[in-house]
Design a protein around this ligand. Structure first.
Ligand code: DNO
Ligand code: MN
Length: 358
């Protein structure tokens, strides 16, 4: 397990590289060029700039999260080919600085969705919260207006320009069925995976979060069976998954250790985090510790360990603790605690394995 840590970039993250350096066992940064709109080709100078910043601190930049997919690709519009060409050029440039994994997602319109970014937990910390009924009872257009006026409801990653086109996007997706979305994903993969192979970069799709359709929009990377189907769309080691225990774990039917065991050689990148599910479908993110949530982190790590996992892993979101002012879900402290929990489990398993083979 090669531990990496998400960093949003110089001037764009309250967490510094000096601080990340002090977390035990972190070897690289998970990064992106967050200001480049989806669909545009990334400039090589900007990529090299991040490489230099990371080099100074002795970190690698092997994992990019994310190179986002333009909506026209997900919608299957004729204009998609131009955006797919740009994506290929970005892959080629990323390989020049040694990138090994690109994480991306194929969720229509929204990335991860929550209804409260700072919900209080019993211990006095706050964390990301999802209230199912709130999302189900909300008309998407009413939602757009609420985000635009920034009241009561927050969605990550929503710039004002994109909000304006949101209504048009919803209209466009009203014609896209779940099977259409699968076909559009296959079209993308058939173009991209050969380029990834030549450039030795593994593509790793992130599951949908939450793993069910929201606002009437289709979602496909949601379950064991669907991930199996996804991996067969293009059956190559370069077509892989960012297995996210938190995203998939919101559905109690997802047996994540079983997924790890079945898909191990197609998981170049693991996201490991916990959450607590409630009977009504709501969930709140918790510390990484197994006992604190509903996701069996211990047995997930065991499944990776038993599979001889040598891929990259990161703690995913953390709570906001000790009065830290940070991006929602991306503080330093709780993610660092998460890493120590993951290493604790891992090292104990390694020790056990070594003493049993003596
Ligand atoms: C949620 C997070 C996501 C992820 C993107 C990948 O679990 O890991 O924000 O970064 O969806 O494209
Ligand atoms: Mn994740």
């Amino acid at each position: 397990m090669r531990m990496v840590f998400r960093w949003f970039g110089e001037g764009n993250d309250a967490v510094s590289l000096d601080h990340i350096k002090q977390i035990p066992g972190v070897e690289g940064l998970v990064w992106s060029l967050h200001d480049i709109p989806a669909g545009e080709e990334w400039p090589l100078e900007r990529i090299e700039e991040v490489k230099q910043q990371a080099d100074k601190h002795g970190f690698h930049i092997d994992v990019v999260e994310s190179v986002n997919i333009h909506e026209d690709i997900k919608l299957g519009l004729p204009t998609r080919d131009k955006y797919i060409e740009n994506y290929k050029r970005t892959i080629e440039k990323l390989s020049k600085v040694g990138v090994k994994v690109i994480c991306y997602n194929f969720m229509p319109v929204f990335d991860w969705t929550r209804t409260d970014l700072f919900k209080a937990l019993d211990d006095g910390s706050t964390a990301l919260f999802y209230e199912k009924a709130k999302v189900e009872n909300m008309d998407p257009i009413e939602l757009v207006e609420k985000i635009a006026s920034n009241q009561d409801f927050t969605m990550p990653g929503w710039e004002p320009e994109r909000l304006k086109s949101l209504k048009n996007l919803f209209d466009a997706y009203s014609k896209v069925s779940t099977e259409d979305l699968w076909n559009n994903l296959q079209y993308f993969l058939e173009q991209i995976i050969p380029v990834a192979e030549v450039n030795d970069i593994k593509m790793a799709i992130h599951p949908d979060d939450p793993p069910w359709p929201i606002f009437g929009l289709p979602r496909v990377i949601t379950s064991h069976e669907n991930i199996r189907r996804f991996l067969k769309l293009v059956d190559s080691p370069y077509n892989g998954v960012t297995l996210c225990s938190g995203s998939l774990g919101a559905n109690p039917e997802n047996d994540i250790p079983a997924m790890v065991r079945e898909f191990a050689d197609r998981i170049p990148f693991a996201h490991i985090r916990n959450l607590k599910r409630f009977d009504n479908g709501d969930f709140i993110e918790t510390s990484h510790r197994t006992a604190d949530g509903s996701v069996d982190i211990t047995n997930i790590v065991k499944a990776y360990h038993d599979s001889g996992f040598t891929g990259y892993a990161r703690p995913d979101h953390g709570r906001h603790i000790w009065d830290e002012q940070c991006r929602p879900g991306y503080g330093l402290y709780d993610r660092a605690l998460g890493i120590m929990y993951l290493w604790g489990l891992w090292d104990a398993m390694e020790n056990e394995k070594q003493s049993s083979t003596k």
